[in-house]
Design a binder for this molecule. Structure first.
Ligand SMILES: [Zn+2]
Length: 470
């Protein structure tokens, strides 16, 4: 199986150039100047003229279940929002998780996203989720939650009993049961296509007891998996870290939890010393600008993070926080937001840095050094972008224009692992109409199952808000 994409403007190490890309199996076999492609033999030739070929975008932090929860409560801080999303999350069954994963896959494919991290609390539904991820055609890091402490307890917040049960805190963790289950889930994924990997996904380090930290180290080392967790998303979380000598990140270093296989979502409320500690251990921060804005969590200190040398990736987070699984939107925000923090334009991100976050940065999070670039030997996850629409026609072929002006509307074709999952704007990986129809039914059922509990949360919100933020 070989495909030659001819005559596109290809995004390489030094911007765009006219080239042809030969894909053999699931890898890029050659990248040659367009004029020299005549001698390359391939079973299929794709006319790339009139398009830009870029590495597939990687959504480095998201929660797959939440694609069914669009428009639910998100006009409040994370600590309040979480009560609602946990309520809805508890109502999921295998059918719902499958519908959510495939609905999110359709949206991502159309937006040029070829890989993503599904950070999931729903480990009991792993069989259904992994099957859906395989069917989606996308590359996925399935990051299984681990935690045994509740934020609300850590913040000394006594929730009304009914809400405490809902918030699930503190979750019970039987170390040996979890270890066995996690081993099974890793085995299931490894028996598949190779596109879907299991990551260990501690909910957040402060939500883990020392026993859970021990399990974190043990499972990471035994199975050789990458680790993905939330970190310092809100100001309230930063205060919880104060109970450790030198802060939470220093404790993570003492516990041997920091290493290059670790990626952390958000990283907004880190101190300068903590950013340096993450950088020194090769940790990647997955930045989620839309979600952080929607929940009022804050803005990642971009210039400080870069100056510290921390690796950066880009994510869309939950559909019920960030809104869209659209990295073009996230890239634009990542490019513009740092301009609020400083008037020094030399500290502002340029297009190249932002594209790198959405490609190579995400590849690091997925644990794939051979991804996120268009170069021989790399995995063939590629996106063809048209530039003949009203919004794109005048684009200069460079990374700044790509970030500022391209959008999901311009995505023409998407290849993952050497196979087209979108061609001529039609999804080939699965039956999109059937996925949408199924999701429509499931969403109605989820709403019915949860509606009676929503007023209970709404009634408790003012008192909790007063305690947390008053
Ligand atoms: Zn998240």
């Amino acid at each position: 199986m070989s495909v030659l994409i001819e005559g596109a403007l290809v995004l390489g190490e030094t911007g765009f150039s006219a080239a042809s890309v030969l894909v053999e199996g699931n890898r890029i076999a050659a990248v040659v100047p367009a004029a020299e492609a005549g001698h390359l033999a391939a079973r299929e030739r794709v006319d790339g003229r009139g398009t830009w070929l870029i590495p597939g975008l990687i959504d480095a932090h998201a929660h797959g279940y939440a694609t069914l929860l669009r428009g639910t409560e998100n006009a409040m801080q994370l600590e309040l929002w979480a009560l609602y999303t946990v309520l809805y999350g508890r109502a999921y069954d295998e059918r719902a998780i499958r519908a959510a994963v495939l609905l999110g896959a359709a949206e991502r494919i159309r937006a040029g996203i070829t890989g993503w991290v599904d950070h999931t609390p729903m480990v009991p539904l792993a069989e259904a989720a992994l099957a859906a991820h395989e069917a989606s055609g996308l590359r996925v890091g399935y990051a299984a939650f681990l935690h045994d402490l509740s934020d609300y307890d850590l913040m000394h917040l006594d929730l009304p009993p009914a809400l405490a049960a809902l918030a699930g805190g503190p979750p019970k963790l039987d170390v040996e049961t979890y270890a066995a289950r996690f081993g099974d889930v890793v085995g299931m994924a490894r028996a598949g296509s190779g596109r879907v990997r299991v990551l260990l996904g501690p909910n957040a380090p402060q939500r883990c007891s020392p026993g859970a930290w021990g399990l974190w180290r043990r499972l990471r080392d035994r199975h050789g998996v990458s680790v993905h967790t939330h970190l310092m998303e809100t100001a309230a979380q930063a205060k919880v870290g104060d109970r450790f000598e030198g802060g939470l990140i220093a404790e993570m270093a003492r516990q041997s939890l920091l290493d290059p296989t670790l990626s952390v979502a958000h990283g907004i409320w880190l101190s300068p010393g903590e950013r340096e500690l993450l950088a020194r251990h090769g940790v990647t921060i997955a930045h989620n600008p839309a979600s952080n804005l929607m929940l009022g969590s804050g803005i990642l200190p971009y210039a400080d993070s870069r100056a510290a040398g921390v690796g950066l990736a880009l994510g869309t987070d939950s559909a019920n926080t960030g809104g869209r699984h659209d990295l073009f939107e996230a890239m634009r925000l990542a490019m513009m937001l740092p301009r609020i923090a400083t008037t020094d334009h030399t500290a502002w991100p340029r297009g190249r840095a932002v594209v790198d976050m959405a490609t190579r940065g995400g590849a690091a999070v997925l644990g794939h050094p051979d991804l996120g670039r268009i170069a021989p030997g790399c995995l063939a996850d590629l996106v063809l972008i048209r530039h003949d629409g009203a919004a794109t026609l005048a684009m200069i072929p460079d990374e700044n224009a790509l970030v500022q002006h391209a959008s999901a509307d311009a995505v023409e074709a998407v290849m993952v692992d050497g196979r087209f999952v979108l061609r001529d704007r039609r999804i080939l990986a699965f039956d999109e109409a059937a996925v949408l129809a199924e999701a429509r039914d499931v969403i109605g059922e989820l709403r019915e199952r949860t509606a009676h509990r929503v007023p209970e949360i709404a009634a408790a919100i003012p008192a909790i808000a007063a305690r947390l933020f008053g």
